[in-house]
Design a protein around this ligand. Structure first.
Ligand SMILES: [Zn+2]
Length: 477
C-alpha cells in the first residue's frame, strides 16, 4: 500500500481509504468510500508476534476496525471528518487481555459494573476472559459492551463455574454426578456462554462426562485441574487451559497418586518434586497445546498473604470499601487457617519454584496467558494487577516481549480470534498508546497515554475521568 500511496495523483487519493479497506477485508461489499473516523499519526507500532518495531506510522481506524497502518510520511490525504491525534514519540501496542477475571461474584466483590469493568479499560485492558460470574449479569454485560451501551472490555465468558458438591464459591453450580455435569454444560451452552470453567472439587467421573459433553457440543473447557484428576489426564481429555499451574505441581510429584485423595500444599510439593516427571508433563502440555494461565501475581495474595501490606498499595483507592474492610480481611483469615499452614519460608521458596516452573514451561514450548483472578483474592485490583502479572513473567525470566505476548497475541491465538492481538489492517481497533516502549521495560505498559476501545479514542484526560468516577464509586461500595 505504501507504493500506491507514493505514486497516485491527488485526484485518486480520495479512493485510497476504500482500497485500504478492500485490501484488508474490512469491507468487501460495494458502498461509500471507507474513510477513517480516527487517525493516529507519528507513532511507533509494536508487533507483539515477533517484536517488530515500526517507527513513524499512521494508523487509520474506521468504526471499530483498523483500516490502514502505513508510514506517516507516505503521503495521502486524511479526510477532514476524521479525528486526528498526533502520537509523536509514543508507542502503540494491541489492547491488553486479562485472561482470568470474575466480574460478578456474588457479595464477595461487589462493583462489577461501576468498578471492575471501567477500571480495566482505564488501565489498557480492552479484553477479558471471565472465568466465573453469575449468569444473568455477565450475559447482560457482554451484550451491553458489544453494543457500546456499557463501558467495559470485550468479553468472553463462562457464566457460573462447575464445582463439586461442597463448593463454597458464589457463581458456581454444584456437580455431584456425571449427569449433573452434562446437564450443566447443556444449559450453559444453550444460554450462549463462550466456554465452560471447571473448579477443583468436580468429582472424577463427572469431570470426564463434562469433557465428553463439551467435545460433543464443540465448546472448550478450561479451569482448575480437579483434585481427583491428574494433569496428564486433563491434557488428554482436551482441557484447553490450566489455571494457577494446578495439576503441574501434582504431576511433578513422586507422590502424585497419593495427592489425588490426600492433603497437598507447598511443603509437600517441594519435598516430592521430581524434575524428570515435570519434564515429561511439560512435553505433553506443549504437544497438546494446553495453555497455562499461572496467575503469578495473585499467588502473592495466596501463599504470602501474611507477608504483604495491602495498605501500602497506591491503587487501593480504586478498591471498594467493602473489598478492603470486609472481603480482604475475611479471605486473609481463611487463607491463613486453611491454605497457608506451611511456614512462611517454605511458601516463599514455593513462590520462587512457581516462577522457575513458568520459565521452564515457556522454554519447553507451553503457551502462556496473562491472567489475574481479579478481583477475587486479596489486593488484586482490576487493571493494575494485569500489569503486575506481566512484571511477574519478566521476574520469572521471560523477555518483556514474551510477557507482552501473554496479554496480546497469545490470547488472540488461544481464542481463535485472528482479528485481535496485533496492530494491522483488518484487525479490531483495540489499542494502548504508551509514552515509553514496553520492550525496554515491561513496567512501561503502565505509561498509558491513551486507550482505543473498539475504535473509540479515550485520551489520558478521559481515562483520568474514568478513574475519578471509579474512585468515587469505590468509596460508596
Ligand atoms: Zn478464578
Amino acid at each position: 500500500m505504501i507504493l500506491v500511496h507514493n505514486t497516485v495523483t491527488s485526484a485518486a487519493r480520495c479512493a485510497l481509504w476504500l482500497i485500504a479497506a478492500l485490501g484488508c477485508g474490512a469491507q468487501r461489499s460495494p458502498g461509500p468510500p471507507a474513510e477513517p473516523t480516527l487517525v493516529i499519526t507519528n507513532v511507533t507500532v509494536i508487533d507483539p508476534r515477533d517484536g517488530r518495531v515500526m517507527p513513524d506510522q499512521l494508523i487509520a481506524i474506521r468504526g471499530d476496525r483498523i483500516i490502514d497502518v502505513r508510514s506517516a510520511h507516505g503521503g495521502g490525504v486524511v479526510p477532514s471528518t476524521a479525528r486526528v491525534v498526533d502520537g509523536g514519540g509514543k508507542f502503540v501496542i494491541p489492547g491488553l487481555w486479562d485472561m482470568h477475571i470474575h466480574t460478578f461474584f456474588g457479595t464477595w466483590v461487589p462493583g462489577g459494573e461501576d468498578v471492575t469493568l471501567p477500571l480495566l479499560v482505564a488501565n489498557g485492558v480492552t479484553g477479558v476472559r471471565d472465568m466465573g460470574s453469575e449468569l444473568e449479569p455477565i450475559l447482560r454485560a457482554r451484550a451491553a459492551i458489544a453494543e457500546h451501551r456499557m463501558l467495559g472490555p470485550r468479553m468472553v465468558v463462562a457464566g457460573p463455574m462447575l464445582d463439586g458438591p461442597k463448593t463454597q464459591f458464589p457463581a458456581s453450580i454444584a456437580i455431584t454426578t456425571p449427569e449433573d455435569g452434562r446437564r450443566a454444560v447443556t444449559m450453559l451452552v444453550g444460554r450462549g456462554v463462550d466456554f465452560i470453567k471447571i473448579q477443583s472439587y468436580v468429582p472424577r467421573e463427572a469431570y470426564f462426562a463434562i469433557a465428553d459433553e463439551c467435545r460433543k457440543r464443540g465448546v472448550t473447557f478450561v479451569g482448575h485441574v480437579p483434585d481427583a484428576v491428574r494433569g496428564a489426564e486433563a491434557a488428554n481429555a482436551g482441557q484447553k487451559s490450566f489455571e494457577h499451574l494446578i495439576g503441574i505441581f501434582e504431576g511433578s510429584s513422586t507422590a502424585e497418586d497419593a495427592l489425588l485423595t490426600g492433603p497437598k500444599g507447598p511443603a509437600r510439593f517441594l519435598d516430592t518434586y521430581d524434575a524428570g516427571k515435570e519434564a515429561v508433563l511439560t512435553r505433553l502440555l506443549a504437544a497438546r497445546e494446553v495453555w497455562q494461565c499461572p496467575t503469578l501475581f495473585w499467588e502473592r495474595g495466596q501463599w504470602l498473604v501474611d507477608a504483604i501490606d495491602v495498605s501500602r498499595d497506591p491503587d487501593a483507592l480504586y478498591a471498594p470499601v467493602s473489598w478492603r474492610e470486609q472481603s480482604w480481611p475475611r479471605f486473609t483469615a481463611s487463607i491463613i487457617k486453611e491454605l497457608d499452614t506451611d511456614p512462611l519460608a517454605v511458601r516463599q521458596r514455593f513462590v520462587e519454584h512457581e516462577l522457575a516452573l513458568v520459565r521452564r514451561l515457556s522454554a519447553g514450548g507451553v503457551p502462556l496467558l496473562a491472567g489475574t483472578d481479579t478481583p477475587a483474592g486479596v489486593d488484586v485490583i482490576p487493571g493494575p494487577s494485569l500489569h503486575h502479572e506481566l512484571q511477574r513473567f519478566v521476574d520469572a525470566g521471560l523477555s518483556p516481549l514474551a510477557a507482552l505476548q501473554a496479554a496480546t497475541s497469545n490470547p488472540a491465538r488461544f481464542l481463535g480470534r485472528p482479528e485481535l492481538g496485533t496492530v494491522a489492517p483488518g484487525k479490531l481497533a483495540d489499542l494502548v498508546v504508551l509514552d515509553r516502549s514496553p520492550l525496554v521495560d515491561i513496567a512501561n505498559t503502565r505509561a498509558i497515554a491513551a486507550v482505543v476501545l473498539a475504535g473509540r479514542y479515550l485520551s489520558r484526560a478521559e481515562l483520568d475521568g474514568i478513574l475519578r468516577d471509579v474512585a468515587a464509586a469505590a468509596r460508596t461500595r
